[in-house]
Design a protein around this ligand. Structure first.
Ligand SMILES: [Zn+2]
Length: 456
């Protein structure tokens, strides 16, 4: 009896080892194919060069919808769909102007950009004295007597000591999202925010603000980091200097748009869905290459790799180009709402929205027993230098799937350069490296393959 058990045990472990080898070979085949095929890179080039400026509500974004639909439609997938969704429509208007006007040092124009959803200054622009601050606490202490009638200049830099640049961003982003309304509470007439990047350059970085409906809406812009340093320096020696800026932004009624979805039907569990996605909209001042053209194109590339290598998934694999992540995440919410209406089972979701850089690993949010198995996947990725498998994953677009108990994961590429490009005119196709992009595509495809084949 004992010897039979040993034989059965040996047989099972041989079987496991043989299978693990088969899976490792498939992972190798995925990387080989990704690193020797230009399709994804050329798709990203097209998206960046022909659909640049694709913020919600724009024609450029509808071009991106049509392009990604056509790409997936030509891939012999089982289903390609445009899922309707209503999106906000904010228009930047004319090119913004900003300048420092100092009786001591003269006038100096500086690179500025309106913050998303900001009201405009009107065609005459706005001129006022400037009050610099680093925090809402400081703002409160300055109070109405120091702020009323002035432009508040939020100059808190991203903390360069933090290795996790997303944490540094998170620590400073409040001045961009809430600064205008916080300053308006004390009678400020406008807001200038230091760009959220750790690099010192001349690119202003835009991004969303949200107004508190209880206080007046005042116009807000971002200033480049070099511009912010100059303004701060001049203020030290000339506190009476004035800042001028002019923006003509407008908010229009919501506009119709789409999530774009392509899928390969599962062979064993077609009603269990694995979603991979990025967001198709991007800030209008750049090409949206890293944020988030890369994540979209990599998601499509996962499907191409499966088709090319003849991987027939057990579960249904969907690539989703989510709409409107940057302003109101209406695409992600609509996707989850439709899933609920159709009673879909969402098994696993992976979001790629951290740029097309060298992959470092994945983050995951799941019940403990599934997390343990997930963390063990690391061994398949070690040969490719991808070793950071951590708890805590998800993203703005797949987040709403949490209500179904879906396992949520995020693709984590290297994060040191992301904020050099994020939301700025510097986020162009040229900043994306072919190998980095495709190492990421291969890592994502491998993860999805393993999650599906190992029933993780
Ligand atoms: Zn993004």
């Amino acid at each position: 009896m004992k010897s039979i058990l040993i034989i059965v045990y040996l047989f099972l472990s041989f079987y496991e080892v043989a299978n693990a080898q088969k899976e490792a070979e498939m992972v190798k085949a995925i990387f080989d194919e990704a690193l020797t095929d230009q399709t994804a890179y050329e798709n990203l080039r097209y998206l960046c060069k022909n659909c640049n400026g694709r913020i919600s509500g724009t024609k450029q974004l509808e071009k991106a919808v049509d392009f990604t639909f056509q790409v997936m439609n030509s891939m012999n997938l089982d289903r390609v769909e445009k899922q309707p969704v209503q999106v906000p429509y904010w228009e930047r208007g004319e090119k913004e102007i900003g300048s420092i006007q100092s009786a001591k040092f003269g006038n100096k124009s500086v690179p500025v950009t309106a913050l998303g959803m900001s009201v405009g200054t009107g065609s005459n622009g706005l001129t006022a004295e400037v009050m610099e601050t680093r925090s809402f606490e400081e703002l409160k202490q300055l109070g109405k007597q120091n702020i009323s009638g002035k432009i508040v200049f939020f100059n808190e830099p991203m903390n360069p000591r933090l290795i996790n640049t997303f944490a540094a961003y998170g620590g400073a982003v409040g001045q961009r999202t809430q600064g205008a309304s916080e300053a308006a509470k004390y009678g400020a007439v406008g807001v200038v925010v230091r760009s959220l990047t750790t690099s010192l350059d001349d690119f202003p970085h835009t991004g969303m603000l949200s107004y508190n409906e209880l206080v007046p809406k005042i116009p807000a812009i971002a200033i480049s980091t070099n511009g912010a340093n100059l303004l701060s320096d001049w203020l030290k020696n000339d506190p009476e200097l004035k800042f001028y800026f002019r923006t003509t932004c407008e908010i229009h009624p919501n506009a119709p748009s789409f999530n774009v979805i392509g899928e390969i039907k599962g062979s064993e569990y077609p009603d269990q869905i694995i979603t991979i996605g990025g967001h198709l909209d991007a800030w209008d001042t750049g090409e949206g290459a890293h944020d988030d053209g890369a994540g979209c194109i990599q998601s499509i590339e996962v499907l191409r790799l499966f088709k090319k290598l003849g991987i027939q998934p057990k579960r249904t694999i969907r690539a989703v180009m989510f709409m409107d992540e940057e302003i109101s995440q209406s695409g992600g919410k609509e996707y989850a709402q439709q899933a609920e209406l159709k009673n879909e089972k969402h098994y696993f979701a992976l979001e790629a929205d951290r740029g097309g850089f060298t992959p470092r690993g994945f983050g995951i949010s799941a019940p403990d027993e599934r997390i343990e198995k997930f963390l063990e996947l690391r061994s398949y990725f070690e040969p490719y230098g991808i070793t950071q498998f951590t708890t805590g994953g998800g993203g703005a677009d797949i987040g709403p799937l949490r209500m179904f108990g879906t396992v949520l994961s995020s693709f984590v590429p290297d994060m040191q350069r992301y904020f050099d490009y994020h939301h700025s005119p510097n986020d162009t196709f040229e900043q994306v490296n072919f190998r980095e992009l495709q190492m990421g595509s291969a890592a994502m495809a491998s993860l999805i393959y393993l999650v599906d084949v190992l029933d993780l």
